[in-house]
Design a binder for this molecule. Structure first.
Ligand SMILES: [Zn+2]
Ligand SMILES: [Zn+2]
Length: 364
């Protein structure tokens, strides 16, 4: 995993104080700032990397997460084998870190959106994803050469794959190296192109693969899959694929962090006298005891029936909020009983007559 040590990116030790972090960040940011390195993509990438590392490490909470996660990767990981890279990519989804390399350039990044249910988000799921992207040509294994031929050295860059230029800037002379455009950074030229990909080393095709969505993801979470983006020209590595997760709303629950909230309706009599109600949980139901005299908005907490914590073990809670329904469209018997209740409690209520008048009035 390249460039995953954010401390190394910032050139500090793991026990660096916030002051040290800031100092090192300032120094590196000045060194690699795009204004000081015009037209130098390597410096720009480094600048971004440094900025993003600092963004994470300067936030105590994110730094703690990073420290803990760094130690957690391995056999004891709560996530299934094979998904660690995905998880890791999700943590550092914004990090543009990719080692500078000579030779074939990596393909572009791609993105895809996946709709999942709240259940998928809460418990994790396997999801098939289809993408149509340039992929390595199988006829020439990405080399771009017709079978039986091989490439020759590029004359433009003498086979180095990059072109060096010296430019003057406010900070003095700067040497920049950019990939050779003649050979796309490969250092080689193809005389007899592969007929299937015309020398590009790629053909556009649709591929379907399974993405492991870890439990606890949120609407808007992005997973970054290394090597699932478009293939690079002439055997270059694939770019990254960003998988944006959209969690479909669930009418039963509102999610706040890893907790779920459900509104349970009881009647006025049930709230007054107490009852037992069944409420939905993500995959089953649970009983809630409504105490006599429960007011509107009374909250019951059901532990561990929420969404899994992405960054740790366990799950959030389910909160059941009582909504007390005022009886409407009463039949005569119900209305009479309520009037008796009101009279017994000395409460003043509207007589029946005005309601009849208003009905008759509505007919006109
Ligand atoms: Zn080919
Ligand atoms: Zn070249």
């Amino acid at each position: 995993m390249p460039n995953t040590d954010l401390y190394a990116v910032l050139e500090v030790g793991h026990d660096a104080s916030p002051e040290e972090l800031k100092r090192s960040y300032r120094r590196l940011a000045r060194q690699f700032h795009p204004d000081a390195n015009p037209g130098d993509p390597a410096a720009e990438a480094r600048f971004k990397e440094v900025s993003q590392a600092y963004e994470i490490l300067s936030d105590p909470e994110r730094r703690a997460n990073y420290d803990r996660f760094g130690a957690d990767v391995g056999a004891g990981s709560p996530f299934g084998a094979g998904s660690v890279q995905d998880i890791f990519d999700m943590f550092f989804g914004g990090l543009g870190g990719r080692p500078q390399r000579r030779g074939p350039q990596p393909g572009p990044d791609a993105e895809v959106s996946v709709d999942i249910t709240l259940d998928d988000a809460a418990f994790g799921a396997s999801h098939d994803v289809s993408v149509t992207l340039p992929q390595r040509c199988s006829s020439c294994a990405g080399s771009g050469c017709a079978p039986g031929t091989s490439p020759v050295t590029c004359v433009e860059c003498s086979g180095t794959g990059e072109v060096r230029r010296v430019r003057n800037s406010i900070l003095g002379q700067m040497v920049t190296a950019t990939p050779c455009s003649r050979c796309a950074g490969t250092g080689q030229r193809i005389d007899t192109p592969c007929p299937d990909c015309r020398g590009d080393g790629r053909v556009t095709a649709t591929s379907t693969f399974t993405v492991q969505i870890p439990p606890g993801v949120e609407d808007g979470s992005t997973m970054r899959l290394a090597d699932r983006g478009a293939a690079g020209a002439r055997g270059g590595p694939s770019g990254r694929l960003f998988v944006h997760l959209r969690v479909r709303p669930d009418p039963r629950f509102e999610r706040v962090g890893d907790d779920l909230h459900h509104e349970a309706h009881v009647s006025f009599a049930q709230a007054a006298l107490g009852t037992t109600i069944e409420v939905p949980t993500l995959r089953a139901t649970a009983s809630v005891e409504v105490e006599p005299g429960s007011a509107f908005g009374t909250v019951h907490r059901i532990r561990h029936e929420g969404v899994a914590h992405l960054h740790g073990r366990g799950r959030g809670d389910l909160y059941v909020h009582l909504a007390v329904d005022v009886p409407i469209a009463l039949d005569d018997t119900s209305a009479d009983l309520l009037r008796q209740l009101a009279a017994h409690r000395g409460e003043e209520v509207r007589e029946r007559a005005p309601r009849l008048f208003s009905r008759r009035g509505a007919k006109k």
